[in-house]
Design a protein around this ligand. Sequence first.
Ligand code: F0G
Length: 527
Amino acid sequence: MSSSVVDAVELELAEPYLREVLGSVGLDVEYVRAAGNSLFFIDSGGAEVEVLDLACGFGSLILGHHHPAVVQRAKELLDAQIPVHAQFSRHPYANELAGVLNRILTREFGESEPYSAIFGNSGAEAVEISIKHAELDRGIRVAEAVAEVEAGLNEAAAAAAAGARIDAAVFAAAGLPVSAGFDAVASAITERNAALAARGPVFLALHGGFHGKLVGSIQLTHNEGYRTPFTRLASRCRFVTVGDVIGLWQIVEEERQVLHGLTVTDGAVRLTERDLPVFGGFFVEPIQGEAGIRVLPAEFGTEIGKVCEHTGAPLIMDEIQSGMGRSGAFFASSKIGLRGDYILLAKSLGGGVAKNAVMLVRGERYRRDFELVHSSTFAKDAFSCHIGLKVLELLEADGGAAYRKAAERGATLRSRIEAIRDDFKDVVLEIRGDGLMLGFEFQDQSTSASAKIAETAQAGFFGFAVAGYALRTHRLRLFQTASAMNTFRLEPSIDLTDAEIDRIEAGLRDICSLLRAGDGDRLLGTA
Ligand code: F0G
């Protein structure tokens, strides 16, 4: 480009350090075109080179790059001069999008309770919207609980004034000697309740879980490197190991808090207790993405449902990566029969050309006042909503042929990579996932016989090294998951062809051979 504005840029200011890291393994490629499962760059000779993209927008391209019908719709919308921005006006397209999502929800979960929709612009924003909405709701429930428990204080005061006996447990709970009078006890109880009510929520999330990188959402993302520098900024989250039922209930018990109140029974003033709603929400990915593509076992899902029921914590189902058909169902959570109180979508909702996200919250939990206190300039815009509607139309067409395709293509790809695992058990640890959300986990290479490979793995660069090699040698865009460094994600579009599957298999087999041979020079391109 030669415009004066571009000529004036001398320093590299847009994340130059990341570029340096990517550059060290040959990943700092500028892609100039995208279509289907392919990205294209121009090589030094000026020729266009095709790369098979298995990262596919970090799982946001269920229909691939530039699906022709989506592009056509985008052109129509812009040619028709639809008002992209018409904040504070009627948004029938947003309503339609919410309506279609509800129809799918009803079909997949067999329940007809409507879910209200609040739109946003990114996955992390949908998560933050749910954090806020859940806290608005919890705040109201906390206030109701305090009011309920303190309703007996006046009656108790009258009884005490008339000489009623005050139970010793009342003084013990207030931390006062039995010589303290009723007024001291009542104000201690009120103060204690107020202090408890003023506490922030505690969130629950799963070990390895990923829910975004903004101020609130990063605290729900398990990866310590991403999370711990920012713990001071937001509410606390307790992480539960998937499968650890005892540990899960132990956390529930450890975090339990009770409000105190007074009642008069059998002529004596006695203590009452009521559980405080301490949990802001339980965040769950039905297929964990960044944890290394791990399908949530249905039995543990049932236990999570029981905890939510027991504590009143809303179940917040993060379908940002797993949703939109990738698993072979629109909602992966429907396959384990775990219906969230909240359901979050983003990524593929934008059809690869827009940015869109939505928090769906079921009617019984919905606080409509939220609509007056939350907003975003770009949310619910006409362009993104119309594109979202087109994506849903394409996914729902022919009785859900797209979901069947995701399941079939996924199963075909899976059987091929499982065959690689069988041939390379010394190198491949496990294949996981569902539909077109698959994970290919290598054995830990930090003890590889090759010093170069071992050092690369110990430095945490194994994933980047493999990604660089796959791009250089096989023209494959293959990335590790964010928090499981040996697992590579395969999240192509439903239009994945047999020829593309052949390429994936050939590339992975070659990488396995290289690792088996301990050929660090070839991996790192230093030969
Ligand atoms: N929730 C899940 C399950 C995600 O996978 C992601 C993003 C987010 C929330 C946050 O979405 O990036 O739009 O703010 N996952 C990316 C990935 C980082 O690599 O798949 P965002």
